[in-house]
Design a protein around this ligand. Structure first.
Ligand SMILES: Nc1nc2c(c(=O)[nH]1)N[C@@H](CN(C=O)c1ccc(C(=O)N[C@@H](CCC(=O)O)C(=O)O)cc1)CN2
Length: 289
């Protein structure tokens, strides 16, 4: 059996077309959604992602501004910029590209972003709301994974989903979102003994470890849906996921390619979060007149 390779381009194009239509309607009504992206330092991969975010905004009709700050910018300056963006009416979503230089506290920066403008869903209040199932933004990568699963017609309820990795950006919120869809969820990580024994039980396997080609066929149950969140740059300059694609291809039922699926879907959810924040701001304005 050869796995079906999930067509990320098709999913992303369909989703972004729907976002664009809604953006057009909102803009015609007098509120163009706006996103501010802050990037500190010169990490080349981060600059690629930020460029892709700005391009996606432009294509969707979302106003965007990118604030590129040198790597030695003091934390206080970044906080001051966020303070300005928090009160800027053109801006409905704010994100600070991660990772930040070591002298800047990610925690302080994230907490400085106004809760209602937190486009990444990194603010502790939004993380708490996510945990208890309250309305609000969802973290971009995990929410993108759920959309991919739904697009291929997965009935997530009752499935055993195994998440490899426990980061705040992907692993932990991924587990919460899968639980929301009524999956039975197991999270495994670097200290899990017999990892392959557990991952082989997964109907849905989400790899978010940050280690190139770590997931091999012995980790995968025949027919499982394998979602690869990893983006690792090899010495050859090529990109590779956390899953050894060629090794797993004959075992999995479905598999996402890297590049070309979860990454662009992450950016798509960012557009959605910005649109939703703008819709809430427009509704608030209406309520105040
Ligand atoms: N503030 C945030 N920082 C980071 C996040 C995040 O969600 N918010 N996630 C990652 C990076 N990331 C988003 O910012 C991201 C990574 C990759 C892609 C993407 O489209 N990848 C392409 C390949 C691009 C390339 O050529 O390198 C693909 O997979 O096809 C988008 C977003 C860490 N930081």
């Amino acid at each position: 059996m050869t796995a079906q390779v999930i067509n990320g381009k098709e999913i992303v194009a369909a989703y972004r077309a729907r976002i664009k239509e809604e953006v057009e309607r909102l803009t015609e009504g007098g509120c163009q959604p706006g996103l501010a992206v802050v990037i500190v330092g010169d990490d080349p991969a981060s600059h690629v992602y930020v460029r892709n975010k700005a391009k996606a905004c432009e294509e969707a009709g979302i106003y965007s501004e990118v604030h590129k700050l040198p790597g030695d910018t003091p934390e206080s300056e970044v906080l001051a910029l966020i303070g300005q963006l928090n009160v800027n009416d053109r801006i409905h979503g704010i994100l600070v590209q991660s990772p930040l230089p070591k002298h800047i506290s990610e925690e302080k920066i994230v907490e400085a972003i106004a809760v209602h403008k937190d486009a990444d869903c990194f603010h502790p209040v939004n993380v708490g709301n996510l945990m208890i199932g309250k309305e609000g933004p969802a973290p971009c990568t995990p929410a993108g994974v759920i959309e991919i699963l739904k697009h291929i017609g997965t009935d997530i309820a009752g499935k055993h989903a195994v998440v490899i990795g426990r980061s705040n950006i992907v692993g932990k919120p991924m587990a919460i979102l899968l639980l929301r869809e009524h999956a039975t969820v197991t999270v495994v990580h670097s200290r899990t003994p017999n990892l392959a024994e557990i991952t082989r039980q997964a109907d849905i396997l989400v790899a978010a470890v940050g280690k190139a080609k770590m997931v091999k066929k012995e980790h995968v149950k025949p027919g499982a849906i394998v979602i690869d969140v990893g983006i690792n740059r090899l010495d050859t300059g090529k990109l590779a996921g956390d899953v050894d694609f060629d090794d797993v291809l004959e075992t999995a039922g479905y598999i996402t390619p890297v590049p070309g699926c979860v990454g662009p879907m992450t950016i798509t959810i960012l557009l959605k979060n910005t649109l939703e924040a703008a819709k809430r701001a427009a509704a608030q304005l209406q309520a105040n007149v």
